[in-house]
Design a protein around this ligand. Structure first.
Ligand code: FAD
Length: 539
């Protein structure tokens, strides 16, 4: 059933999908292929999810283009031409738009439609969704493909609203190019977005002041063009590449160093780290398989990275300020950059260590710290996201028996395999807390999770059931398992957005599943093969 863009469907749909990022678009394509009536509701004015919103200078994917792309359609993966090893935001957005056009998604998508309320009625077995524009939609099944990193976090800095210059949020960057020339620019935040944007802003700005609360490790991305011959060669082996990636921990071809850290001498360890550094990017956290579980191996990796920072940054005090000391390397996502540390050697760039001189207030003219005053024309906030749960808890989501999602998750989220939430029948949350989400190639992860959900619904329908819901004890058991796996690693030692530490008042719980993509796929298959153990079917 096709929905014309203008009309609100009178009859309930089979399936409403909220969000048109990679997960939502894939859900629309596959549900439609199964003959379901579908509609997608998207707050943005276009497809692409984070790649629609995060248009800040330097935005680039840290997973190789050949991996960070759909695998379900052979023609698509063969025909699309990636120009670089790691794609930029504009190229990924073009790819998303191409997919939407190729699969004719626009006819089933409503843009500018932010879902603010969702309630389930048990008598009619229907979800009712309301948008901020007052439109109402009903469907038997609902997928909130609303993203892990789609609710920007603006920290409560006193006086922020009084700033009279231009304020920009990396996560809601304007469409038009921002001209920094002749401007005094401040960047608050040195996570992935800040670290990608800072080198580019520094080149254009008259002066750049970087306000850093917590230093993060960053590894050069070492991007390069993908020449046509290499692309052709890679594409000939695509099936193999995808098979290996699905059987991996992170959804890529990455292989750890073949010998154990404990078995090799210092020189070989160094060479292994050097090779990992030269591979580029986030995978530096996986040079040795036990790097994220063994503090000794991790400390060696951290020391190697610290030496790199010291060897690049010429001012020793600035270099020390840039070396992270408060978390094991990799327990906060390793950033990937193009010239980040070298930027601090520029005459027009200054690092302000907020641990030494915290911000006291933002004024009309700039930033005041305990010991300094910084006049600014432009203030860039690269201050992260209310990750993993923020986009779900901001919706007034109500189940049939009084459950309100934001309340149910007040002490931390509970899910069954990251996809179902007890108390909320016929509702699915790809990349939800309890799934690998940000720890594996998220396009590949979305394909697996969406397929698993659609299979579950077909399984229910084939047996005459109209409702599927996670059992509370099963969700509690899965969440304990997610905790146990995390507690076997060094990750809980960091105050990171993985565990909600960046958001005031958010419950501390390590949310992503660290069992790896393959491990997760296997666990989901076990649930399915046990007749969806932990799922209640009813009519
Ligand atoms: P999203 O892409 O987040 O899409 C969710 C969509 O839902 C958005 O369009 C949003 O507008 C919409 N939405 C949310 N709430 C509502 C609502 N209430 N009503 C209607 N619409 C709503 N992952 C990697 O693997 N590698 C990377 O290098 C990488 N880089 C990233 C860089 C940035 C700056 C960010 C923010 C994320 C990055 N990610 C990266 C993670 C990224 O989240 C995933 O790769 C992927 O884009 C997730 O797709 P998704 O469809 O699940 O969610």
């Amino acid at each position: 059933m096709n929905q014309p863009e203008s009309a609100t469907p009178a009859e309930p749909l089979d399936f409403l999908v909220v969000g048109a990022g990679f997960a939502g678009m894939y859900a629309l394509i596959q549900a439609r292929r199964r003959g379901w009536s579908v509609l997608g509701l998207e707050a943005a004015t276009g497809v692409g999810g984070v790649w629609f919103w995060n248009r800040y200078p330097g935005a680039r994917c840290d997973v190789e283009s050949l991996d960070y792309s759909y695998s379900f359609d052979e023609d698509l993966q063969q025909e699309w031409v990636w120009s670089e090893r790691y794609a930029t935001q504009p190229e990924i957005r073009r790819y998303a738009e191409h997919v939407a056009e190729r699969f004719d998604l626009h006819r089933d998508l409503r843009f500018g439609a932010r879902v603010v309320r969702a309630t389930f009625d048990e008598a009619s077995v229907l979800w009712t969704l309301e948008t901020d524009g007052g439109e109402v939609f009903r469907a038997r099944y609902v997928m909130f493909a609303t993203g892990s990193l789609s609710t920007p976090n603006v920290p409560p800095i006193p006086g922020l609203e009084t700033f009279a210059g231009r304020m920009l949020l990396t996560a809601q960057w304007p469409e038009e190019e921002v001209d920094f020339s002749g401007r005094r620019v401040g960047v608050v935040g040195t996570g992935s977005s800040g670290i990608q944007a800072i080198p580019i802003i520094a080149e254009a700005a008259e002066r750049l002041t970087v306000f850093q609360r917590t230093p993060n490790f960053s590894v050069p991305v070492l991007n390069r063009d993908l020449p046509p011959e290499q692309l052709e060669e890679e594409k000939r082996n695509y099936a193999h590449r995808r098979t290996v990636s699905r059987a991996s921990g992170g959804g890529s071809m990455h292989q750890a160093y073949p010998r154990a850290f404990e078995e090799i001498d210092d020189a070989e360890r160094r060479a292994a780290f050097e090779a990992g550094w030269a591979t580029g990017g986030v995978l530096f956290s996986k040079v040795f398989p036990n790097q994220m579980t063994d503090p000794v191996v991790n400390a060696a990796a951290a020391e190697f990275a610290a030496e790199k920072i010291r060897s690049i940054v010429t001012d020793p005090r600035t270099a020390e300020d840039l070396v992270p000391t408060d978390h094991p390397i990799g327990t906060k996502r390793i950033c990937t950059d193009s010239g980040y540390y070298a930027t601090f050697n520029r005459d027009n760039v200054e690092l302000v260590n907020l641990r030494r001189e915290p911000i006291t207030e933002i004024t009309s003219w700039g930033v005041k710290t305990t010991t300094g005053s910084y006049e600014l024309d432009v203030l860039v906030l690269a201050t992260g996201f209310d990750a993993l749960t923020g986009s779900l808890t901001r919706v007034d989501l109500r189940g049939p028996r009084g459950d309100v999602l934001a309340e149910s998750w007040a002490d931390g989220p509970q899910t069954l395999v990251g996809l179902l939430v007890p108390g909320f029948p016929n509702l699915f949350i790809p990349h939800g807390p309890g799934s690998p989400s940000v720890f594996a190639n998220m396009v590949m992860g979305a394909e697996h999770q969406v397929d698993w959900v659609l299979d579950l619904v077909e399984h229910a329908r084939a047996r005459g059931h109209t409702m599927v819901e996670a059992r509370r004890d099963a969700a509690a058991a899965w969440t304990r398992h997610v905790d146990d796996v995390a507690n076997g690693t060094l990750f809980p030692q960091a105050a990171s957005w993985y565990s909600g530490a960046n958001i005031e008042g958010k419950a501390a719980s390590f949310m992503p599943y660290l069992g790896g993509l393959k491990g997760y796929i296997d666990r989901c298959s076990e649930v399915r093969d046990a007749d969806y153990a932990g799922v209640v079917f009813s009519s």
